[in-house]
Design a protein around this ligand. Structure first.
Ligand code: AMP
Length: 192
């Protein structure tokens, strides 16, 4: 089963994907994680995307589609959780084609619904938690970058809701409650 977790920054996609990995043995593919790794490794691609990511804007479709293609085509996993990908209609088309080549499909697209106001406090909280734990917070977990990330979500990513609705695979769950409640809602959505 291949699922896409859709939702703005701070909706809890990464957290919920983590639960699915540990409890269902699915494989999480997060383009954000892949790009942060590339950035940390100082590779040519990492250097190219660093400033764009820090500002909160989206990196090019070509880069992220290339990353996903490489992972999906070399993995033996039987189910993926796409977290933070696709974020544009072009990426969504590319993912559909890639999975079709492999005789697979996007089975469910699950949107985590959250209030915009809650997002700001979640993101700012995430940065504060990281600092308190002696870690460096994400460079894009600032209010300025968050505003850019939210705009990118509403302008460029949210049309995917209609796209996947029309394909008959769109589902939506409430992402506002405590982690465990969201986890339960996600489980029943996946098992339905
Ligand atoms: P995330 O961890 O998913 O919030 O991603 C962090 C940043 O990586 C985003 O703000 C973008 O700059 C970049 N990024 C991650 N995934 C994508 C994607 N599918 N398309 C374009 N940019 C992406």
């Amino acid at each position: 089963m291949n699922i896409i977790l859709l939702g703005p920054p701070g909706a809890g996609k990464g957290t919920q994907a983590g639960f699915l990995v540990s409890e269902r043995g699915m494989v999480q593919l997060s383009t954000g994680d892949m790009l942060r790794e590339a950035k940390a490794s100082g590779s040519e691609m990492g250097k190219k995307v660093a400033a764009i990511m820090d500002s909160g804007q989206l990196v090019t479709d070509e880069i992220v589609i290339g990353l996903i293609r490489e992972k999906v085509s070399t993995s033996k996993a039987s189910g993926f959780i796409f977290d933070g990908f696709p974020r544009t209609l072009k990426q969504a088309d590319a993912l559909g084609e890639l999975l079709e080549e492999m005789g697979q499909a996007v089975d469910k697209v699950i949107e985590l619904r959250v209030d915009d106001e809650a997002l700001v406090s979640r993101i700012v909280g995430r940065a504060e938690q990281a600092k308190a734990a002696g870690q460096t917070p994400r460079a894009d977990d600032t209010e300025d970058a968050l505003r850019v990330r939210l705009m990118a979500y509403y302008k460029t990513t949210s049309p995917l809701i209609g796209y996947y609705y029309a394909k008959g695979v769109y589902e939506r769950i409430d992402g506002m409650g405590p982690m465990e409640e969201v986890k339960a809602a996600l489980a029943s959505c996946m098992d339905a």
